[in-house]
Design a protein around this ligand. Structure first.
Ligand code: PLP
Ligand code: SF4
Length: 343
């Protein structure tokens, strides 16, 4: 059994360091990354002149396989020449998010739920990120803007759930997060709180005892949607950090993006679902790639997508099959993929 961590989880990494150290020492240099993996520039078509530069936490690099230029974790973060190819239909704001902005940092697209850009910062740069061209920093509310955000939510009784997103909301220090969560919990009509964060996977030490208390004590039932694309990301350190979150009553879900060369094989997707369940997380969404400029080399052909989904349905219990969805600008929800009639 893996998903048992000591009841005295300390929120430190293997070297005893707190998460802030890992945030400060992310790798931003291509040669350093390649050196750690025993690879050289000749092994991959690197492009290190990109504005959306390499950024990856060391704890994530530790899970990459040395000597493998095609490692599924490495492929998610390595800037490549292929990103320069302009592709028809791939744009800088593929979700039309600009139109959903109610206030700086507040997106309202779907009924009953608002999304808050709680932090513009993210400790990783995923090459397929649909927000890679999004003006994060400009979107993040300044201190004085927060009150307008709370007032706006409180003034709309249809809103019952707030999603803290980003960037990565867990990039915020616990003190700031606590302030934010308390202010939200004070809005009477809210019934649920949700966090969308990749940090529990990237830097498991981010799950601090303070964070556990803060989420465990909140009056709002809380869910945490983590983001892992491959079972190889979910090592025992991640399992150990998630276990106390579950014990604190947080509902754990995962979202993934279907990515060519990362997880577009049936065995990989099944292994991801199985591993998620083993560590107490249910698969929630499998997103089709957003058509964001620079990410075309991650696209999976439509026919193959159908094949993979049919394969998942045939191999896994229903609750381990993630909902296969795409974002459609102006649609009232994420849109489930339509399947050709069976038979
Ligand atoms: C994805 C998303 C949500 C959450 O959608 P769920 O289907 O509830 O997970 C909410 N707001 C925005 C703007 C989103 O992009
Ligand atoms: S973790 Fe999410 S928000 Fe951060 S770069 Fe990756 S896809 Fe984008």
């Amino acid at each position: 059994m893996i998903a048992r961590s000591p009841a005295n989880w300390q929120g430190r990494d293997a070297a005893g360091e707190p998460w802030q150290v890992a945030m400060r020492t992310v790798i931003g240099d291509v040669d350093e990354l390649l050196g750690l993996l025993g690879l050289s520039r000749g092994d991959v078509d690197i492009d290190d002149a990109q504005a959306f530069a390499l950024r990856v936490p060391r704890a994530f690099v530790d899970r990459m396989q040395p000597g493998r230029a095609d490692d599924p974790l490495l492929r998610q973060v390595l800037p490549r020449m292929a990103e320069r190819l302009p592709l028809p239909g791939f744009s800088c704001d593929p979700l039309g998010e600009a139109g959903a902005v109610r206030l700086p940092g507040l997106l309202h697209k779907f009924h009953g739920r608002v999304l808050l850009i709680a932090s513009g910062h993210c400790p990783i740069h995923c090459r397929y990120c649909f927000r890679r061209h999004f003006p994060y920093a400009a979107m993040q509310p300044a201190r004085a803007d927060w009150q307008r955000v709370f007032d706006c939510i409180a003034g709309d009784p249809s809103i019952s759930e707030v999603i803290l997103s980003g960037g990565d909301p867990l990039s915020l220090p616990d003190r700031q997060l606590q302030w934010l969560v308390e202010r939200l919990a004070a809005i009477p009509q809210l019934r649920r709180l949700r966090l969308h964060s990749r940090l529990p996977v990237l830097i498991p030490a981010r799950i601090t005892p303070q964070l556990l208390r803060l989420l465990g004590d909140c009056r709002l039932p809380t869910s945490l949607v983590i983001h892992a694309n491959h079972a190889q990301e979910l090592d025992d350190g991640v399992a150990a950090a998630l276990a106390p979150l579950r014990r604190a009553g947080v509902t754990l879900l995962n979202q993934s993006v279907l990515l060519a060369g990362v997880n577009d094989r049936l065995d990989d997707l099944c292994a991801l679902s199985e591993r998620l369940f083993a560590i107490g997380v249910l698969p929630y969404y499998l997103h089709l790639l957003d058509r964001v400029a620079g990410a075309g080399h991650f696209a999976v052909a439509e026919e193959r997508v159908h094949e993979l989904h049919a394969g998942l349905l045939a191999r896994l219990p229903g609750y381990l099959v993630p909902r296969l969805v795409r974002e459609v600008a102006q649609a009232p929800s994420k849109v489930p993929l339509q399947f050709p009639a069976a038979g």
